[in-house]
Design a binder for this molecule. Sequence first.
Ligand code: NDP
Ligand code: MG
Length: 389
Amino acid sequence: MTRKVSIFGATGSIGQNTIDLIARDPGAYDVVALTGAANIDQLAADAIRLHADIAITADDTRLEDLRTALQGSGVEAAAGQTALTEAGCRPADWVMSAIVGAAGLAPGLCALEQGATLALANKESLVCAGQLILSTAKKHNARLLPVDSEHSAVFQALVGEDMDAVERIIITASGGAFRDWPLEKLATATLAEASSHPNWDMGQRITIDSASMFNKALELIETREYFGVHPDQIEVLVHPESMIHAMVGFTDGALMAHVGPADMRHAIGYALHWPDRRALPVERLDLAQIGALTFRPPDEKRWPALRLSRDVMERGGLSGAVFNAAKETALDGFIAGRIGFQTMAQVVDQVLNDTDPGHIDAPMTLDNVYAADQMARQAARSVIEQRAG
Ligand code: NDP
Ligand code: MG
C-alpha cells in the first residue's frame, strides 16, 4: 500500500535528504505536497519528478515563477504563508517538518490536527510551543517522531525501556567550527568561517548555530519538551568525532549510546520506517579504523547559549518562543554583517532580560506564541541597532 507523504522545507538540506530516500522507492509513496521558499527551480523539479499533487513556495511574490516552472506538469502551484499552512492540512500519512525557524510551527500543527505522523526536524516548533505541539498531537491521536539526530538517538535508545528507569540524557555536540579557536579570536569570526561545519553538511543557519552552540541550546529545550525530563537530567558533552549522537543513562548505571555516521538520512529513515528498522544507504562505521572517540565538557564561556537555554527551561511558559525569535533575529544580524559572532548571545540575553513577564506567562496559544515571537524580534532588532550603531 502506498503512503501519502508531504515534505515541508523540501528544498533544504533535510528536505533533500528526505527526497533522496523517498525517490529510491517511488512505488511506496504518493507525494501530496512539497514546500520551499526561494529555490523555485529545485521545488518544481522535485515536484514534477515525484508527481506531487501541489508545490508551494512561502514567498508569495514567486507564484508566477513557480507556475511557469510547473507548466504542463499537472502539479498545482501555490504561494504564501496561508497556502503553506493549508498544505499542512492536506491529508497525508507521514509529514516531514523541515522548514527552518518558527515558520515551521503552523504547518506542523495543521498536519498534527489531521492526525498525520509528523517527523519533526524543525526543532524550533518544540522550543517555541512544546506544550502546544504535544497537546495537539495527543488530541488528534497523531504521532510525533524526532528527526534531530540526538533526539532520534535517544528515542532509539529508549525502545522497550521504562522512563522511570531513566536517570539522565546526554546529548553530544561536535563543538562546531570554533571548538578549538582561542577564546579571544572568536570576536573576529567571519560569516564564512562560521558557515563551515567540521562533520555535518547542513543548512547555513543551523551550521552557524552549531558554531555558537545555539543549536545545542535549542536541543536542550527540545529534549526537555519531547522526553518530558527535568532540565537537571539533561547534559551536553562535546564529542568532536560526532559518532555518538546521544546516550541515555539508566538508574542501574548503564549508559546506552547510539553510534552512527554523521548522515541525517539515518534519523530521517528511522522516522520514515518507524516502527520498523529498514536498510538505509548510509556509511557503515569502521570503529577499528577510527580508533578512538573523545569527549570533553562544554565551556560556557565559549558557548554562553548553553547557559541561556538553562535559564529558559527554568523560566518556562513562552520564554522558548522569545529565546528562539531573538536568536533568529541575532543570527540574521550576524549574517547581514551588522553584529559580531559573540554579540549574538548578548542580544538574546538582553532580550530575555528585558521581556515583559506578561508575554512569557500568557497561555500557550498559537496567537500568543506569535505575539511573543514578534515582540522578541522587534526587541532584538532594537538591541542590534544600538550595538551596531
Ligand atoms: P535549510 O536552510 O537547508 O532549508 C530550510 C527549508 O525551509 C528550505 O526548504 C527553505 O526554502 C525553507 N524556508 C526557508 N525560510 C522559510 C520560510 N520563512 N517559510 C517557509 N519555508 C522556508 O535548513 P535545514 O534543512 O538545515 O534545516 C531544516 C530544519 O531542520 C531546521 O529546523 C533545522 O534546525 C533542523 N535540522 C536540520 C539538520 C540538518 O542536518 N540540516 C539536523 C537537525 C535538525 P528555500 O531553500 O527554497 O528558500
Ligand atoms: Mg541535532
